[in-house]
Design a protein around this ligand. Structure first.
Ligand code: ADP
Ligand code: MG
Length: 563
């Protein structure tokens, strides 16, 4: 489509807004133009954090000589003509005002050559007006150079932060673009230093490696779910790879990088019971949704979107992530280190699980390093005994493990309750017991009766607020039955939140688990370790606290000055 001026009513309908806030916003707009222009390689260069110089060069379609000047006019765009198109825009830019806004607050040079034209066009703009123009050779593509951003706007200049922090914002913008477009090769240089480079082979894991390092990228778990109306693909942390902040949630909706509370909440919820308090995963998620299900025209920089059906999105993302984290069940023989043994285990080390994850790349099949999905699992452990009747001491292939017996048992029981499948084991009471509930507890019972019944409580109403307990989960058989019910209902009142299943499971697990001070028989110790070894998330309890401490042989050696 050739570049044209938008009719004023169309221009007016588009949520207006300053596009240019800081160097990173200039980089974002120029990079998006390059992507829309079909580039397969984009080189970004900045000096002085971008305030002194920004240069973005691409190998895309270029701008025809006859249209180069028009591109810098406000509301000039080749990407939108009619209002109706606003609903279904696939390209990134569409307001037709980025280049005009940038040229208004900086000195700009543009060198571009369109496909099929013999030579390129070089333009220079000052104060938004073209001051020089000539023909110049260039390979097909576009180079935009932006110098002295905000030089004539001291008020704006004053709001820029240090070159280092503006540079960091530029790096974030480029890395977002690189994760959004693994099929495009990106490079970023700051004051001559190469900060980032992605190969552009269409593999998200390779792009992630450029940001997080090859080691981390290798163990990220693939998410890949199509089928329904909402597609979810990407890479997420195994529980062993965590960060101290939510900064590493990157969401892309139809390739557009967005901030989203719903999506962040979905990630939080999946990891909450799996990570220690205050730790967060890396989550790079690409969502594919029908264009009419999302409104991108709510924010001038298009970083926020509005979803028609947030609930459906939440459920889709939570489901996809949960399934990605759930380890596959392998036959024991396929994975030697899952086998139990009471022999000393010094030679045994966790090995790769030896299966290929589903590909997350967009560009054809590609050899990927297998993601070790069991990286979070435990090695084979040999029980040595108990300390303070609270912690289990065990030997592993590399050092010593101290395990909190209550927290670990809690984790196992919790996972078992939440795993669908077998009905719960119920301990029936020879003589049913009556329990009086407070009004609050009675209300909790009404809310959660459906799950508590699933978990093994057999309870009947017996008057206004009196209940008749006929059975309890077998794991609670050692408790006084009425008390057990009251305790669980009390927990549910204390931890508000919507997910009755998880909360009730955490409570039942907590009251069922062995406790601090319980003396455990050697068989019980061994049994607990066996189950922990094959548990999906052995390192944290359902409340997110750690279940174990590991002292490696190297750490021991160091402590004893043995090196
Ligand atoms: P928008 O991207 O919203 O259309 P811009 O002001 O960013 O508006 O760009 C104006 C027009 O200039 C674009 O529609 C496009 O036709 C052209 N253009 C800008 N940058 C490039 C590029 N790197 N490659 C090809 N065309 C470009
Ligand atoms: Mg644009």
């Amino acid at each position: 489509m050739p570049i044209r001026l938008l009719p004023p009513e169309v221009a007016g309908r588009i949520a207006a807004g300053e596009v240019v806030e800081r160097p990173a916003s200039v980089v974002k707009e120029l990079v998006e133009n390059a992507i829309d222009g079909g580039a397969s390689a984009i080189e970004v260069e900045i000096e002085g954090g971008g305030a002194r110089l920004i240069r973005v060069a691409d190998d895309g379609l270029g701008i025809p000589a006859a249209e180069a000047a028009l591109a810098f006019e406000r509301h000039a765009t080749s990407k939108l003509e009619r209002l109706e198109d606003l609903g279904q825009l696939a390209t990134l830019g569409f307001r037709g005002e980025a280049l005009a806004s940038i040229a208004a607050v900086a000195e700009v040079e543009c060198l571009t050559r369109a496909e099929g034209e013999a030579t390129g066009t070089w333009l220079r703009l000052e104060g938004g007006r073209i001051t020089e123009r000539r023909s110049q050779a260039r390979a097909c593509g576009t180079t935009m150079t932006v110098r002295s951003l905000f030089r004539h706007l001291p008020a704006r200049l004053q709001f820029l932060r240090s070159a280092a922090s503006e540079g960091a914002a530029v790096a974030a913008a480029v890395s977002n673009a690189a994760l959004a477009h693994p099929e495009v090769g990106f490079s970023l240089r700051s004051d001559g230093r190469l900060l980032l480079q992605t190969p552009g082979r269409g593999d998200l894991r390779e792009a992630a490696a450029a940001l997080y390092g090859a080691e981390t990228a290798r163990v990220l778990l693939p998410v890949s779910e199509g089928g329904g109306p909402i597609g979810v693909a990407g890479l997420i942390s195994p529980v062993t790879v965590t960060r101290s902040r939510r900064d590493h949630y990157r969401f892309f909706v139809n390739r557009r990088c967005v901030q989203s509370r719903v999506l962040a909440r979905a990630v939080d919820e999946v990891y909450r019971a799996r990570l220690p308090v205050g730790r967060y995963p890396i989550a790079i998620l690409h969502l594919t949704v029908p264009t009419e299900a999302v409104d991108v025209n709510v924010h001038p920089a298009k970083t926020e979107v509005r979803f028609r059906d947030e609930g459906a999105l939440f459920v889709a993302v939570r489901g996809a992530l949960t399934r990605a984290l759930e380890p596959l069940v392998l036959p024991l023989s396929a994975s030697p280190w899952l086998e139990s043994s009471d022999e000393p285990v010094s030679g045994v080390a966790p090995g790769p699980s030896g299966f290929a994850p589903s590909p997350t790349s967009w560009a054809g099949p590609k050899a990927q390093p297998p993601a070790p999905r069991f990286a979070e699992g435990l090695p084979v452990l040999r029980a040595l005994g108990q300390v303070a009747n609270t912690y289990i001491v065990a030997e592993g292939p590399d050092g010593v493990f101290l395990i909190d017996q209550h927290a670990a048992h809690e984790r196992l029981l919790y996972d078992r309750l939440l795993a669908d499948g077998d009905p719960p084991e119920v301990q029936g009471l020879l003589e049913p017991q009556t329990v009086d509930l407070t009004p609050a507890a009675a209300a909790r019972w009404r809310d959660a009766a459906f799950v508590l019944t699933d978990y093994g409580f057999v309870v009947e109403p017996f008057g206004e607020r009196t209940m008749l307990v006929r059975g309890v989960p077998a794991t609670l058989a050692h408790r006084e039955p009425g008390r057990a019910l009251l305790d669980v209902l009390e927990d549910l009142a204390e931890s508000p939140g919507a997910d009755w299943r998880q909360r009730a499971a955490a409570s039942v697990a907590c009251h069922s688990a062995v406790r601090r001070g319980d003396v455990l028989a050697p068989e019980t110790l061994r049994d607990l370790l066996r189950q922990l070894e094959v548990a999906a998330f052995p390192r944290t309890c359902p409340h997110g606290r750690p279940t174990l401490l590991h002292l490696s042989t190297a750490q021991l050696g160091q402590e004893f000055g043995r090196r």
